[in-house]
Every structure is written in C-alpha cells, then in structure tokens.
Design a protein around this ligand. Structure first.
Ligand code: HEC
Length: 324
C-alpha cells in the first residue's frame, strides 16, 4: 500500500514537471505569429498609405503592423484580450465558418489560417499576448503621457469612448450572467473599459427577443450590440432604444422592418448601423435622418433603393451610406 502511494506521488510529481516544461516553451511572437499576420492580414490592416492619389486607411481602423496598434484595437474596440483567446476578436474571426460575413481574412482575399496557425495564435493569446522584443511599426503611435502632464493625442473615436465611459465603473461578470445563460457573449471593450460589447453570433438561430431581454440588466453600459442573423423582431428595438451609450448596432439578416427603426431615433451616440439583408425600405430610412451621430449605414440587400440611400446621405452628410 505504502509503496503504491509513493509510486503515485512520484508519478504525479514527474508528470507535473513535464507539463511545466512544455508550458515553458512559449510561443515566440516574432518568429511564429508575426509571419502569419504579415502574410494574411497586414495588407488590409496597416498604417495609412497613398495609392493613386488617395489615402488608404486600415480596415475598420485596425492596424496589425505594430504591437501598440494591435493592443489599441479598431473601431470595434479591443481586438485582443491577453490571456483569453476565446474573448479575443482577433482569434474569434479567424475561427468563424468561412462563409460568415465576419470571417478573416475575407474569403478570396488571402489564405485562411491553417489549423496549426489557429492553435499557435490561441496559445500566444492565452499565454498573455507577449510581443517579446518586437515593436513593429511605430508610425502613428500616440506619445506616452509625459511627467509634466502632457496629453496623449487620441483619435476622435477613442475620445468618444472615453467620454462615454465617464462616471461608469467596470461591471463584474456576475452582472451579465443571465445574458451568458441566454446564449449571449459579453466582452468589455478593453481590459479597463466599463463599456461592453454584446453579441449573439454563436447562438443566433435560437436568439429570440425574449432571450435578448436579459441585456436590459446592463443596458447602461452596452456600446456594441450584434444581433445579426438572430430571430429578433421589431419589438426588440424598444429595448435597444434604451441603451444610451450604444455606438454600434448590427441587425443584418434579421426580420427588422421599417416600423422598428422608428424606435432608434433617441440613440444619440449611434455611429454604425448594419441593416444588410433586412426588409427595411426607403420609408424606414426616414427614421434614421435625425440620428446625426451616424457615420456608417449598411443597406446592401435590403429593400431600400438607391434613391432612398441617396436621400439619407443628403440628410446625414457625415455618414457613409453603403448601398452596394
Ligand atoms: C482584404 C482585406 C482584409 C484582410 C486581408 C484582413 N482583413 Fe480584417 N477586416 C477587413 C475589413 C473590410 C474589416 C471591416 C469589416 C468587418 O467588420 O467585417 C475587417 C475587420 C477586422 C476586425 C474587426 C476590427 C474592428 O475593430 O471592428 C478584426 C479583428 C480583423 N479584421 C482581423 C483580421 C485578421 C486577424 C486578419 C488576418 C488573418 C485580417 N483581418 C485580414 C479586411 C481585411
């Protein structure tokens, strides 16, 4: 008996050390991750450059050509949550089905990541997203706060998130346990942000108005809401209208119609609205004219016409109306 006990202890110790040993071989960003990003992502996610006299900006404001830029994220907030690949958009998007609209790299534009590359990327993020000595492209990097109180120049969009965050405290995961239980995912926009991104992408087929009602508990802090391809009806927009800090709303390929859009009028911070593949018509677009904060509206595959899209563009001169 005694012998068996010692043998077991030894076995446990030796297997523990071997686990430790293999865990010590950390992923090397520069050798193993950078070549993947460089060949499959950076063509679209790099510092602004000129082509045929026009300035090309990084897609979705996300640059993947420098360590600081990868950590800064894009228009959708943080791309990376060190230690948590499952909640990192950078990893999530490369693991989506290839026919998903959000899949990266976009189908046909660059080779998808191999299984081996996906595993490496997840391991690197889960190990804390350590860049080692790699800094990448420093062009455009905001300067650090100087001791004499110098200000960090931040982009307009970062400024907006900052002012939306004022007076809010980050919530504990417990605050959104009902959302998680209903099939939703909740992610803070960054490790320190009190603002939240909520999506039902993984359970869209079962995501009904009733399930999405769970989000009401955190509605004050929701900045991004992705209900794309879910089962929602116009009724859900009465709840969405009560999210004062909502910046991005994705309703693509849902049953939303003109009637529902009337509810969105009160959203003062809404910049991005995706209505791709909905039943929305020109009449519905009228309800959007007063939302002056809008900067991108997606209408492709909806029932709206070119004329309606143009009229909306006239009333929202700062917005890009994407019709095709
Ligand atoms: C051919 C151009 C192209 C390539 C290559 C590409 N992307 Fe993108 N990416 C886009 C576009 C366009 C968007 C914005 C549309 C969207 O949100 O789906 C985007 C958005 C993103 C976003 C969301 C950013 C935000 O803040 O909203 C992430 C994360 C992302 N890409 C990661 C990647 C990764 C990782 C790769 C490489 C594996 C990659 N992309 C390759 C064009 C590209």
């Amino acid at each position: 008996m005694q012998k068996l006990f010692y043998a077991t202890v030894l076995l446990v110790i030796s297997s523990a050390t071997s686990i430790q040993l293999s865990a010590q071989i950390k992923v090397d960003f520069e050798k193993q991750i950078w070549p993947i990003l460089d060949s499959k992502c950076v063509q679209c996610h790099k510092a602004p450059y000129e082509e045929n006299g026009r300035v090309k900006k990084p897609k979705a404001g996300l640059r993947l050509d420098g360590a600081w830029a990868i950590m800064a994220g894009g228009e959708g907030g943080a791309a990376l949550k060190p230690g948590d690949s499952e909640h990192s958009d950078l990893y999530f998007r490369v693991t989506l089905p290839e026919d998903d609209d959000d899949f990266m790299p976009p189908t046909g534009k660059a080779d998808p990541l191999t299984d081996e590359e996906k595993k490496l990327l997840a391991k690197w993020i889960d190990e804390g997203a350590d860049f080692g000595g790699w800094a990448g492209n420093l062009e455009g990097k905001p300067t650090e706060v100087s001791n004499d109180g110098g200000k960090i120049p931040v982009s307009e969009i970062q400024e907006m998130y900052k002012s939306l965050s004022e007076g809010l405290e980050p919530l504990k995961e417990d605050a959104w346990k009902d959302v998680t239980a209903s099939g939703g995912r909740v992610m803070p926009l960054s490790t320190t942000s009190p603002l939240l991104a909520v999506d039902y992408r993984l359970t869209a087929e079962d995501a009904t108005d009733e399930k999405i009602k769970t989000v009401n508990a955190i509605s004050d802090q929701v900045a991004h809401l992705d209900l794309s391809k879910s089962q929602v009806t116009d009724a859900v927009l009465a709840d969405v209208a009560k999210m004062p800090r909502l910046v991005r709303l994705d309703l693509h390929k849902t049953g939303i119609t003109d009637a529902g859009l009337a509810d969105l009028k009160g959203l003062k911070n809404l910049r991005y609205l995706n209505l791709y593949g909905t039943q929305v018509t020109d009449a519905g677009l009228k309800h959007l004219e007063s939302i002056k904060s809008l900067r991108s509206v997606y209408l492709w595959g909806s029932k709206a016409t070119q004329k309606g899209a143009k009229a909306l563009g006239k009333n929202l001169p700062e917005a890009k109306i994407n019709f095709n």
